[in-house]
Design a protein around this ligand. Structure first.
Ligand SMILES: [Zn+2]
Length: 92
Protein backbone atom coordinates (compact mmCIF):
# COMPACT_ATOMS: atom_id res chain seq x y z
CA UNK A 1 0.00 0.00 0.00
CA UNK A 2 1.59 3.20 -1.17
CA UNK A 3 1.42 6.26 1.02
CA UNK A 4 0.11 9.39 -0.57
CA UNK A 5 0.57 12.80 0.90
CA UNK A 6 -2.21 15.22 0.16
CA UNK A 7 -1.42 18.90 0.20
CA UNK A 8 -3.92 21.70 0.74
CA UNK A 9 -4.08 23.89 -2.35
CA UNK A 10 -4.83 26.99 -0.35
CA UNK A 11 -2.11 26.96 2.27
CA UNK A 12 0.16 24.01 1.45
CA UNK A 13 -0.75 22.13 4.62
CA UNK A 14 0.07 18.43 4.41
CA UNK A 15 -2.92 16.38 5.52
CA UNK A 16 -2.15 13.85 8.27
CA UNK A 17 -2.50 10.10 7.66
CA UNK A 18 -5.97 9.94 9.26
CA UNK A 19 -7.28 12.53 6.84
CA UNK A 20 -5.40 10.96 3.94
CA UNK A 21 -7.21 7.71 4.67
CA UNK A 22 -10.52 9.56 4.46
CA UNK A 23 -9.43 11.13 1.19
CA UNK A 24 -8.63 7.66 -0.13
CA UNK A 25 -12.20 6.68 0.73
CA UNK A 26 -13.47 9.67 -1.26
CA UNK A 27 -14.72 11.36 1.89
CA UNK A 28 -14.60 15.11 1.89
CA UNK A 29 -12.06 16.47 4.35
CA UNK A 30 -11.23 20.01 5.29
CA UNK A 31 -7.85 21.54 5.88
CA UNK A 32 -7.06 21.71 9.57
CA UNK A 33 -5.09 24.86 9.02
CA UNK A 34 -7.23 27.05 6.75
CA UNK A 35 -10.54 25.15 6.71
CA UNK A 36 -10.86 24.98 2.94
CA UNK A 37 -12.25 21.73 1.48
CA UNK A 38 -9.69 19.41 -0.04
CA UNK A 39 -10.04 19.23 -3.81
CA UNK A 40 -8.69 16.47 -5.98
CA UNK A 41 -9.19 16.68 -9.70
CA UNK A 42 -11.55 14.06 -11.10
CA UNK A 43 -12.68 12.95 -7.64
CA UNK A 44 -16.08 13.67 -6.20
CA UNK A 45 -15.97 13.56 -2.44
CA UNK A 46 -18.86 12.43 -0.28
CA UNK A 47 -20.21 15.07 2.02
CA UNK A 48 -20.31 13.41 5.43
CA UNK A 49 -21.51 16.36 7.47
CA UNK A 50 -25.01 16.11 5.97
CA UNK A 51 -27.70 14.77 8.33
CA UNK A 52 -28.00 10.99 8.28
CA UNK A 53 -31.78 10.84 8.50
CA UNK A 54 -32.90 12.30 5.22
CA UNK A 55 -36.19 10.41 5.14
CA UNK A 56 -37.78 12.75 7.62
CA UNK A 57 -39.11 16.00 6.30
CA UNK A 58 -38.46 18.38 9.17
CA UNK A 59 -41.50 20.60 8.54
CA UNK A 60 -43.92 17.64 8.50
CA UNK A 61 -42.46 16.13 11.66
CA UNK A 62 -42.57 19.51 13.36
CA UNK A 63 -46.18 20.23 12.44
CA UNK A 64 -47.27 16.76 13.61
CA UNK A 65 -45.48 17.31 16.87
CA UNK A 66 -46.98 20.75 17.26
CA UNK A 67 -50.51 19.57 16.64
CA UNK A 68 -50.19 16.69 19.11
CA UNK A 69 -48.65 19.03 21.66
CA UNK A 70 -51.51 21.43 21.11
CA UNK A 71 -54.02 18.63 21.64
CA UNK A 72 -52.30 17.67 24.87
CA UNK A 73 -52.24 21.28 25.95
CA UNK A 74 -55.96 21.65 25.29
CA UNK A 75 -56.66 18.46 27.23
CA UNK A 76 -54.51 19.82 30.03
CA UNK A 77 -56.44 23.11 30.05
CA UNK A 78 -59.72 21.20 30.12
CA UNK A 79 -58.54 19.23 33.14
CA UNK A 80 -57.37 22.37 34.89
CA UNK A 81 -60.62 24.22 34.30
CA UNK A 82 -62.63 21.17 35.34
CA UNK A 83 -60.65 20.87 38.59
CA UNK A 84 -60.89 24.58 39.16
CA UNK A 85 -64.65 24.68 38.71
CA UNK A 86 -65.23 21.62 40.80
CA UNK A 87 -63.11 23.24 43.48
CA UNK A 88 -65.23 26.42 43.33
CA UNK A 89 -68.38 24.33 43.42
CA UNK A 90 -67.20 22.59 46.60
CA UNK A 91 -66.47 25.93 48.27
CA UNK A 92 -69.97 27.12 47.64
ZN1 LIG B 1 -5.20 24.79 3.99
Amino acid sequence: MSKKIFICRECGYAFPIELSNLINQNIQVYCEKCGSPFVLEGVKFKQVQAPVNRKFTPSVVLSEKESSNLDKFIQFLNKISFLFFSFLFRLN
